[in-house]
Design a protein around this ligand. Structure first.
Ligand code: SAM
Length: 228
């Protein structure tokens, strides 16, 4: 899986991605992430990439041409078409199912907007998926891209030591994860549930299921309603 991130702030994306599990996966050659600076594709001596919106209104918009050139550059590197995900609060809200779908791709291009967004014409030409990370507005698409790249990376075989730790998590099977415990067996007077110490695999699995259901019911009943 190769991620490409079109951004005005490559340092922000590089710093966050080159940390912990995603850093190790890059070092092991399982995934890669290339942040490409849209500003490098500006065609003026000040390297400016934004301008006033037609029709007036507050703020600036990113211009179509530098974004398009940046995309063409990445496309040339990949050597074929790839999905282009525009991070936008007007998109479909990201979830685990989308993450699983994106994880099947070999190359993914993320486009991060800034200011008030990007000239619609270039979006029409290059974007395949408009995706939001939630119903709120961020200053830029970098954090949104990072959220998605992080989530997708964990689903790429070999990124996590044990793939089952991704498979049985919250949202992977329409339920939230059950509570978990590690040593010591008693902490602040609270004991780990007996069943987890019993060594009875069947009973433990049943307990996981019950607790998952209970937690989903308490915290996210909407997930159970959507399931019906
Ligand atoms: N004027 C835009 C609107 O009302 O839809 C918001 C622009 S926002 C200030 C700047 C950039 O941040 C967007 O182009 C987008 O790339 C990113 N962004 C903001 N909120 C986001 C969200 N919830 N999900 C994904 N990207 C977001």
């Amino acid at each position: 899986m190769n991620f490409y991130c079109m951004t005005l702030f490559p340092d922000m994306v590089n710093d966050a991605f080159n940390t912990s599990i995603t850093k190790r996966a890059c070092e092991n050659g399982i995934i890669s992430m290339t942040a490409v600076n849209i500003r490098d594709f500006a065609d003026n001596k000040h390297n400016s990439v934004d301008d006033y919106p037609y029709g007036g209104g507050a703020g600036m918009l990113m211009q179509a041409e530098p974004v398009y050139r940046c995309y063409e550059y990445i496309k040339g590197k990949i050597g074929s078409n790839a999905r282009v995900i525009y991070t936008t609060p007007t998109g479909k809200v990201f979830n685990q199912k989308m993450s699983e779908e994106f994880a099947k791709e070999e190359n993914l291009i993320f486009l991060c907007g800034h200011y008030e967004g990007i000239d619609e014409r270039v979006l029409e030409e290059i974007v395949t998926d408009n995706v939001s990370i939630g119903d709120y507005v961020l200053t830029g698409g970098e954090l949104a891209s990072l959220v998605m790249m992080d989530s997708i990376s964990r689903l790429v075989p070999g990124v996590l030591n044990n793939l089952s730790s991704a498979r049985y998590e919250s949202h992977s099977e329409g339920l939230l994860e059950y509570p978990q415990y590690t040593r010591p067996a008693v902490w602040h007077g609270k004991s780990v549930p007996e069943v987890l110490l019993s060594g009875n695999h069947k009973k433990i699995q049943e307990w996981y299921k019950e607790e998952s259901y209970k937690r989903t019911m308490e915290r996210r009943p909407d997930m159970l309603e959507n399931d019906i």
